[in-house]
Design a protein around this ligand. Structure first.
Ligand SMILES: Nc1ncnc2c1ncn2[C@@H]1O[C@H](COP(=O)(O)OP(=O)(O)OP(=O)(O)O)[C@@H](O)[C@H]1O
Length: 680
């Protein structure tokens, strides 16, 4: 205990203040009841060597050190410096203090260095130790009073008896322990005084391991977490991604369960600190360097391209899907405000949702699942689940009996946990039809994004998507984009893919992108800041409607325009504007939104692209024209043009043919030496 006293009395923080003595003064003045001891402070206090043995003992037998620190605190507790009302409550507190039953609550916070453990990594060998565990909260009970000290008054001798309660069940006292009753050979009659007893706020949470910690094909594990005192209500809602520091403890079964269980005990985590990992968009606090990087990005004219190419750089190609996925992260459920009346008058809905849904379909092994996991990792709140293992209840909510309060409560499923975030449902087509209908309403109310890869086996291009995907049209129509990824015979593209995959596996990093890929935390910030922007003002409606009318006259079959299509264009355009930190949607945003919609349709009817007159040469021209328009350039280097078209799977030979054909039409001039392009 001497080391504990020395540390608490002499530790000074970075500002030279006596951190823990100040906290003890707060406790003495009844301004606080909790003392959180950061183990990092103990490490910093004397360097690891001096306190190494102390730290090891503390982390391996934490509960014992809670009582050691409590005793040290009792000896160090200063006199109050502020008077407080002298009422019967105070008399009681004084008595408790004299009986040592009113200790302040001591909590240890594990050092934040290194990766927290996953639930799967915490074993029986960790029993009694201080551990850090990261996970997603799936259930929170109400905050209830938990008795910590039972106070009795003996009816015969008036003696006050204190009984410390350390579990959720305890045996009340029936015999008075005073000397007077003992001398009189009386059992006495201790009466429990609830008003005098000490209660702690108590909350029970269920934490599930994060999707990225679950080995393929395994079921996510969960753990019960007990939150007491000042730690209650720190976990705001199911879906919060948090890191708990706590003592891993066994919880003996009681009653008949104990008879059946024998020596087997259940386990739980006695929380001592809670850190929120991914907050809701509004609560996210940016680090200083993040703000600086975002500011530099905001001034960069190529932010959209850099964002989408930084998402899953080790996955080759799929640029348009990555572009749209980065938009999906950055959309907001805010209504799209400020669009001028002409556009809105064509829209039946009063409320225009801001979220987008994507349905990814494709052949096996085209990186659909990998893309989902990257997107979930970037999104501030993301939940990944598989249709094979999910039921409608597992996706929405189940009515469960709360173990603590024995009341019936709603336990949030994947969609609830991802509220205001992104929910990725893999192999959605494997879900039962009856379960799938559970998300119709959710998708329409737009509290979630959905990315759902579907493997219809081999996709038959001669049939419509609805027939290939065997999803009800009512559900299909809720997707803003249906994107088909097929393995196509294309030597150049396959060669590039092979080079890319080999490079990733040899160097454990993605090939050079021509710029420093944005870190995940910057991508996450980048997706968040636009959320905070107010709604974006619309472009002049005529250009939007004309654009859409022109596109839908194209020869691509099945390309009718519904109100939902128009809403999708509104949402995508608004998301593009937000990514540019713009408060208004520009023509280029609408162009890009229409291009993404067009590319989505083309992916579904690829073989019709030739019939639709979008052959390789005109497609190559469209790609160069659109990219040049987006970067607002009239002069395009040959290297850029080649990079743009090869990303779409076209070859250099097709580029050269396109350059010649459109130079002959006086669309552009080609530099005879460098083959650079200058639009006329
Ligand atoms: N374009 C690509 N670039 C890099 N790696 C790829 C690409 N396509 C597939 N892969 C690799 O192929 C493997 C399969 O990827 P993934 O599991 O995401 O495919 P999938 O489409 O989900 O397959 P399935 O439909 O069978 O689940 C992964 O290791 C992935 O990295």
């Amino acid at each position: 205990m001497s080391l504990a006293k020395e540390f608490l009395a002499n530790f000074t923080d970075a500002n030279g203040g006596a951190k823990y003595l100040e906290i003890l003064q707060e406790v003495a003045n009844r301004k606080s009841r909790a003392i959180q001891v950061a183990l990092q402070d103990i490490i910093n206090y004397k360097g690891l060597d001096e306190f190494h043995e102390f730290m090891t003992r503390l982390t391996e037998n934490t509960r014992r050190y809670v009582s050691i620190f409590s005793s040290a605190i009792d000896e160090l507790l200063p006199e109050p410096t502020e008077a407080f009302p002298d009422d019967d409550h105070d008399i009681l507190m004084t008595q408790r203090a004299e009986n040592g039953t009113d200790n302040a609550d001591v909590y240890f916070k594990a050092p934040s260095k290194g990766r927290p453990s996953t639930i799967r990594e915490v074993k029986a060998s960790h029993i009694g130790q201080l551990v850090r565990i990261a996970g997603i909260v799936t259930h929170c009970s109400d905050v209830k009073p938990l008795m910590a000290v039972a106070v009795y008054t003996c009816e015969d001798c008036g003696h006050e008896i204190y009984q410390e309660v350390t579990s959720r069940v305890f045996m009340p006292l029936f015999k008075c322990s005073s000397s007077r009753c003992r001398v009189n050979s009386k059992a006495g009659n201790p009466i429990l005084q609830l008003r005098a007893s000490k209660f702690l706020k108590f909350q029970e949470a269920k934490m599930q391991e994060l999707a990225e910690h679950v080995p393929k094909g395994h079921i996510p594990r969960s753990m019960t977490v007990h939150l007491r005192g000042e730690l209650t209500r720190k976990v705001v809602a199911p879906g919060d991604v948090v890191e708990f520091s706590g003592i891993f403890l066994p919880i003996p079964y009681t009653g008949f369960k104990a008879l059946r269980a024998g020596l087997v005990a259940d386990t739980y985590l006695e929380a001592t600190a809670v850190t929120h990992f991914k907050k809701k968009y509004e609560e996210y606090e940016f680090q200083k360097d993040e703000e600086e990087q975002i500011t530099r990005l905001a001034e960069d004219g190529d932010i959209y391209n850099k964002l989408s190419r930084s998402l899953a750089p080790e996955i080759y190609g799929h640029e348009d899907i990555k572009s749209f996925a980065s938009l999906a992260c950055g959309c907001s459920s805010q209504a799209v405000k400020g669009w001028d009346e002409d556009v809105l008058k064509h829209i039946a809905f009063i409320y225009i949702r801001g979220d987008v849904h994507i349905c990814l379909m494709g052949d096996p092994g085209v990186a659909k699942s990998q893309l989902l996991k990257h997107i979930i990792n970037v999104a501030p709140r993301g939940v990944y689940t598989t249709g094979k293992g999910s039921s409608g209840v597992g996706l929405t909510a189940a009515v469960m009996r709360d173990q603590v309060t024995n009341e019936m409560v709603l336990e949030g499923g994947a969609l609830v946990l991802a509220d205001m975030g992104i929910c990725a449902i893999d192999e959605f087509d494997k879900m039962d039809e009856s379960d799938r209908t559970a998300i119709h309403e959710v998708m329409e109310q737009q509290t979630l994004f959905l990315l759902q890869p579907i493997q219809p086996g081999r996709y038959d291009l001669r049939r419509t998507p609805a027939k290939n995907i065997n999803l009800p049209p009512a559900l299909l129509s809720r997707f803003d984009l249906l994107w088909l990824i097929l393995v196509r015979a294309d030597m150049d593209s396959d060669l590039e893919l092979a080079k890319h995959v080999l490079h990733v596996h040899q160097t454990q990093e993605s090939p050079a992108l021509g710029f420093e890929p944005l870190e995940t935390n910057i991508l996450r910030c980048e997706e968040i800041i636009p959320i905070r922007s107010t709604g974006v003002r619309g472009v002049h409606s005529n250009s939007l409607l004309e654009h859409q009318a022109r596109r839908t006259k194209s020869k691509t079959p099945h390309s009718y325009t519904t109100v939902r299509t128009l809403l999708s264009i509104l949402r995508i355009s608004a998301a593009l504007a937000r990514l540019r930190f713009s408060e208004s949607v520009a023509q280029s945003d609408v162009d890009e939104a229409l291009r993404l919609m067009q590319m989505s349709k083309i992916s579904l009817y690829a073989d019709d692209r030739q019939k639709a007159g979008l052959d390789a040469i005109s497609d190559t021209y469209s790609i160069i024209r659109d990219e040049a328009a987006r970067s607002n350039k009239t002069h395009v280097s040959y290297a850029n043009a080649l990079n743009w078209i090869s990303r779409k799977g076209y070859s250099e030979a097709q580029l050269k043919e396109c350059l010649e054909e459109y130079a002959a039409l006086n669309v552009w001039q080609i530099d005879p030496n460098t083959f650079d392009i200058r639009f006329i």
